[in-house]
Design a protein around this ligand. Structure first.
Ligand SMILES: Cc1ncc(COP(=O)(O)O)c(C=O)c1O
Length: 401
């Protein structure tokens, strides 16, 4: 009989020649468990998804309750499904009043696609501007605006009339003109290795969009739901977008995405043509029930507020001569090493040290720390001890065969 490992390689579409191949049997809180009793501290949360930890009882209960009532009923936008309605009401209740209309989809990439279409439809223009080193997903439209030529080039031709400009470069904002439909930006660039906006860059971007009529889209798919120490990153910078994109933690561990705008902007999908954007499963009732429960946990347990104190503890406990810089706030950190060549060793050998770590897609001299926001102080201190042992191991052994 073939092992799961062999079946994984034989029957699952592969995305790299070196998948992590970590087999997980169950997960609870900040821990993941392998089939032979292995125990790992999850320091990546499935890339900023499991903000409330694995299997939070309130999320599980909401899922079970909804499964017993109904699962899929009808394509998005036709029936009144109470989990969608309740979640949209709760979400818009904590957002600025201009972000009042939620269109639920299934994933981050789909939220990006929907928002780009909406901006084109609402403004009647086609030009889309994004930023170098950004990541917005892997579908054709999202790929077209992604800020890395390495990922884009193999799939040309892509969406026309898309341009990339430099993040944190005020001069580059001149590329936004009256011909621009929208500008899409991560308020803090994630896959670039946690790059913060400097010198009021987001405000200047907002001003340029206001003066040209371009819609401003914030991709908070990775930065939302408390990850950076406030519920949404835009709150930290005092700049409100025209369209907000959410996914990852939005579904509390279930697949869910959303683009959120004013009623006026969103109404562009209603006519000419009617059904301007369609999704079968978008806003699946079980995912919405899970997401609402998870959001309530984040609010009730003050997980966003406590993320900054936890960040400070990580920074204090993670002092090691290999660590040259820790970028980020809250619980989304880029740990830069003064010797980038050992990062593959660090990530590959993390499980032997009881840890799960990951790369950034567009930054090769740092690794990612993004644990569930429920991680407590004792667990952080323990995780940092394991991390320092791992770095010592990498120092001694990373060059050896
Ligand atoms: C900022 C950002 N936008 C969009 C996406 C795409 O989301 P998904 O993988 O759910 O399509 C990601 C995924 O990593 C992301 O980090």
């Amino acid at each position: 009989m073939l092992t799961n490992r062999q079946l994984f390689l034989q029957h699952l579409g592969q995305t790299s020649l070196a998948p992590m191949m970590l087999e997980i049997e169950r997960a609870e809180g900040i821990y993941m468990y392998g089939p032979h009793g292995e125990k790992y501290i999850d320091l990546i949360s499935g890339v900023s998804v499991s903000n409330t930890g694995h299997g939070h009882p309130r999320v599980i209960e909401a899922i079970k309750t909804q499964v017993d009532l109904y699962m899929h009923l009808m394509v998005y936008g036709e029936f009144i499904q109470s989990p969608q309605v309740k979640y949209a009401e709760r979400l818009t209740g904590i957002l600025p009043s201009s972000l009042s209309s939620v269109y639920f989809v299934n994933s981050g990439s789909e939220a990006v696609e929907g928002a780009l279409k909406l901006a084109k439809r609402y403004t009647g223009k086609s030009r889309i501007i994004s930023f170098r080193n950004s990541y917005h997903g892997s579908t054709h439209g999202a790929l077209s605006i992604q800020g890395s030529e390495i990922y884009r080039n193999a799939f040309r031709p892509l969406l026309p009339d898309t341009f990339q400009i430099d993040f944190n470069n005020e001069k580059s904002l001149g590329a936004i003109t009256k011909n621009t439909a929208c500008v899409i930006v991560e308020p803090v660039q994630g896959e670039a290795g946690i790059i913060y906006p400097e010198n009021d860059f987001l405000q200047k971007l907002r001003d340029q969009c206001n003066s040209t009529g371009a819609l401003l889209i914030f991709d908070e798919i990775q930065t939302g739901f408390g990850r950076l120490g406030q519920m949404f990153a835009f709150e930290r910078f005092g700049v409100v977008p025209d369209i907000l994109l959410l996914a990852k933690a939005l579904g509390g561990g279930m697949p869910l995405g959303a683009f959120i705008a004013s009623r006026e902007i969103m109404s562009a999908f209603v006519s000419n043509p009617t059904l301007g954007h369609i999704t079968t499963f978008g806003g699946h009732p079980v995912c919405c029930a899970a997401g609402l429960a998870a959001l309530n946990v984040i609010i009730d347990e003050k997980l966003a507020e406590s993320a900054n104190l936890k960040c400070a503890l990580f920074r204090k406990e993670l002092s090691h001569h290999l660590v040259s810089e820790i970028r980020g706030e809250g619980l989304l950190l880029a740990v830069k090493l003064n010797n980038a060549s050992i990062i593959p060793y660090v990530i590959a050998h993390a499980p032997e040290h009881g840890l799960v770590l990951d790369y950034f897609l567009l930054c090769n001299n740092a690794f990612r720390i993004a644990p569930p926001l429920i991680i407590n102080e004792t667990e952080i201190i323990h995780a940092c001890k394991l991390l320092k042992d791992l770095l010592d191991d990498a120092m001694s052994n990373s060059g050896k065969k």
